[in-house]
Ligand binder design. Structure first.
Ligand code: 0O2
Length: 274
C-alpha cells in the first residue's frame, strides 16, 4: 500500500466512523494504526492519530448535540402532556429530531467561507441538532414556543418568524435557536439546538417543496415557483379557517363544570403518558 492510498483510506473512514462507528470498529482502527507504527511510518502514524483524534472529538461533540436534542424533546413532550390534561387536547401533533450529517455540516461551513474545525461547527452551525415540532393549529405554535422560551435553563439565541413574515417562496415556520445545558459528571456544556415549529399544513407544504426543489433541475422554474406560492397561500388560508372553526366550536360549547373538568382529568391521569 502506498502512503497516499493509506492516507486516502484513513480519510474516507472519517465519514464512516463518524456516522456509524461501533466501539469494535474504533478499536479495529486503533490496531491498524499500531501496525502502521511498527512499519516505522511515523508520518503516517502521526497523521492517522490526528485523524483518529478528530473522529473521536467529533463523535463526542455529536453525542453532546444528541443529548441536548433529547433534553428539548422531553421538555416539549412534558408541555404537551400538561396541556392535554388542562385543555382536553394536544397542541403538538408530532416531533421529529435529526442530527445534521457531517457532509451537510461541512457544506454549510464552506458556504459561509469558514474552515472546518470543531470550534467553528459549534460557533457557526446552529442547526447541528434540530427538532421539528408539528402543531395542530396556528396558535399552538406560539403557545409551545412561548412555554419553551420561558423555561429557566433555556436561553433564546435567535428567533425567525417566517409565519408573521413568510419567505417570498411561501415558506412558513417559526424557527428558534435555543441554548440548553447538557450536564456531564464533571462539566456542563451549553449547546445550540434549532427548533422549527409549524402546523401540519405548513409542514405538508415545506416537505413537498423541499423534495420538488432538491430532486431535480427544474424546467419552467418560474411557473413552478408561482404555483408553489399559490399552494402556500391556499394552505395559509386553510390554517386560518381551521383555527377559526375550532375557536367557534370552543366559544359555542357549554362551559365545563368543575366536576366535568375533574372527571376528564381522572380519565387522563389513569393513562400512562406517551
Ligand atoms: P435541512 O436539511 O432542512 O437542515 P442559518 O442556519 O441561519 O445559518 P439559514 O438558511 O439562513 O441558515 O436558516 P433559516 O432560514 O432559519 O433556514 C434553516 C432551515 O429552515 C433549512 O435548513 C430548512 O430546513 C428550513 N427552510 C428554510 N427555508 C426553506 C424553504 O424555502 N423551503 C423549505 N422546504 N425549507 C426551508 P437547511 O440547512 O436548508 O437544510
Amino acid at each position: 500500500m502506498t502512503k497516499d492510498s493509506i492516507l486516502s483510506t484513513a480519510t474516507k473512514r472519517i465519514e464512516t466512523l463518524f456516522n456509524d462507528a461501533t466501539d469494535e470498529q474504533i478499536s479495529d482502527l486503533e490496531n491498524e494504526l499500531m501496525l502502521l507504527d511498527r512499519q516505522d511510518s511515523s508520518f503516517l502514524y502521526n497523521r492517522s492519530m490526528e485523524i483518529m483524534n478528530t473522529v473521536v472529538d467529533l463523535k463526542e461533540l455529536m453525542m453532546t448535540y444528541s443529548c441536548a436534542m433529547k433534553e428539548i424533546r422531553v421538555k416539549l413532550e412534558t408541555l404537551n402532556a400538561e396541556y392535554e390534561l388542562g385543555h382536553q387536547r394536544n397542541p403538538i401533533n408530532s416531533i421529529y429530531t435529526r442530527l445534521k450529517r457531517l457532509a451537510s455540516i461541512m457544506e454549510k461551513l464552506e458556504r459561509k467561507g469558514i474552515p472546518f474545525s470543531l470550534e467553528n461547527i459549534e460557533n457557526n452551525v446552529n442547526d447541528v441538532a434540530g427538532l421539528r415540532v408539528i402543531c395542530q393549529y396556528m396558535d399552538d405554535i406560539y403557545i409551545i414556543a412561548d412555554a419553551l422560551k420561558k423555561q429557566g435553563n433555556i436561553e433564546l439565541v435567535s428567533e425567525k418568524d417566517y409565519i408573521a413574515n413568510p419567505k417570498p417562496n411561501g415558506y412558513r415556520s417559526l424557527h428558534l435557536i435555543i441554548k440548553v445545558p447538557v450536564y456531564f459528571s464533571d462539566r456542563v456544556k451549553n449547546m445550540n439546538v434549532e427548533v422549527q415549529v409549524r402546523t401540519i399544513a405548513m409542514d405538508f407544504w415545506a416537505t413537498l417543496e423541499h423534495q420538488l426543489k432538491y430532486r431535480r433541475e427544474l424546467v419552467d422554474s418560474e411557473a413552478i415557483a408561482a404555483q408553489l406560492k399559490e399552494c402556500s397561500d391556499i394552505i395559509t388560508a386553510t390554517d386560518f379557517r381551521m383555527l377559526a372553526i375550532r375557536q367557534r366550536i370552543e366559544a359555542n360549547s357549554p362551559e365545563l363544570t368543575k366536576e366535568d373538568i375533574l372527571f376528564e382529568k381522572m380519565k387522563k391521569v389513569d393513562l400512562p403518558l406517551g
